[in-house]
Design a protein around this ligand. Structure first.
Ligand SMILES: [Zn+2]
Length: 334
């Protein structure tokens, strides 16, 4: 039991061992009545949500970044409050996606587990069960949380790199002077760079149409350890990347790979990821392409370690508190 639970039910006789019958009766009804009037507190105590949230002790004030603040009691559901020297009050949830939640964090856990399963199995199990607006809202929160999760991924050893393309929405596609859609790797195709060392994978949107040396370098320069071996099929596109990172380049010409079975193809490790990624994107085919990098972040989060979905949820909750980003429902869908 935490401090808050003790204090909220405090009676003058808490430390007394011998109570009179009247004291016992009054104390019991005082506590019962208190708990009846604060059902959330009781439920919350059972779910452990407040203990979990309170375990994240803020390091700075979310309003002014000062570290000079003091504990200032608990809110109605047992969340620790703090008061800063700037005069503002805050809680561990202030400024996070949990700040304005109407439902317990456990619902969010359930949502995440469903999304992870959905992404990994690519089965349409989640969206059908939920109002679209709620799904979109939670998806937006999940996207915000995962925004920078690929930043620290650095591949090493043998790295397979290849680009794949995804069409922009029909209504946004450019046409030539005769009104025909542009063909080939035009600006109607979004280039997605995928690199993997079979332990970790990075998926990055490189822009529209064929990637340049510069774009491919910018996309992967922080994600491949220098000195690694690069397996790829685009000598030109990856030249700058190979040179600057001093990679050992093993480049296969596409004509040499014609007729090979999947398992014989030297780019098989990255081709497999392309294939699953396309299935995942196709399951959401109507999405706004501005969100593409967010979908890639989600996909990468699901296929990268830890493989256990429960550990992924733990990682997400840590990210929420360590890297606060708030999204209020009204602000998003007003
Ligand atoms: Zn402050």
């Amino acid at each position: 039991m935490n401090n808050r639970s003790r204090s909220r039910k405090r009676t003058p006789w808490d430390n007394k061992t011998e109570l009179t019958a009247t004291q016992e009766y009054v104390q019991m009804h005082y506590i019962t009545r208190y708990e009846d009037r604060h059902p959330k507190l009781k439920d919350d105590g059972e779910s452990g949500e407040s203990d979990m949230i309170n375990s994240y002790v803020p390091t700075k004030c979310p309003y002014c970044n000062s570290d000079r603040f003091v504990q200032k009691g608990y809110d109605a559901i047992g969340i620790q409050c703090y008061r800063c020297e700037c005069g503002k009050y805050f809680k561990p949830t202030t400024g996070t996606i949990f700040e304005s939640r109407k439902i317990p964090v456990s619902e969010w856990i359930e949502y995440c587990l469903n999304i992870f399963r959905y992404v990994s199995l690519n089965a349409d199990s989640w969206n059908n069960r939920n109002a679209i607006s709620t799904s979109k809202y939670w998806q937006e929160k999940l996207f915000m949380t995962l925004e920078n999760t690929q930043n620290d991924v650095v591949l090493e050893g043998t790295v397979w790199l290849d680009e794949t393309y995804y069409s922009i929405l029909m209504r946004d596609r450019s046409r030539d002077g005769n009104g025909n859609l542009l063909r080939g790797l035009s600006r109607n195709q979004i280039c997605i760079g995928v690199a993997t060392d079979k332990k970790h994978t990075v998926c990055i949107m490189e822009g529209y149409g064929k990637p340049s040396q510069k774009r491919s370098y910018e996309a992967f320069k922080d994600h491949i350890k220098s000195g690694s071996t690069l397996i790829h099929d685009k000598e030109n596109t990856h030249r700058k990347l190979v040179e600057k990172l001093e990679l050992n380049s093993t480049c296969y010409a596409s004509k040499d790979m014609k007729g090979l079975t999947d398992s014989e193809n030297p780019l098989d490790p990255v081709n497999r990821i392309h294939c699953l990624l396309k299935m995942f994107l196709n399951a959401h085919s109507g999405f706004c392409r501005d969100d593409l990098q967010n979908y890639l972040n989600l996909y990468a989060f699901v296929i990268n370690p830890p493989s256990d979905h429960v550990e992924k949820v733990e990682k997400i909750i840590n990210l929420v508190f360590e890297n606060p980003k708030s999204l209020k429902y009204r602000a998003q869908f007003a």
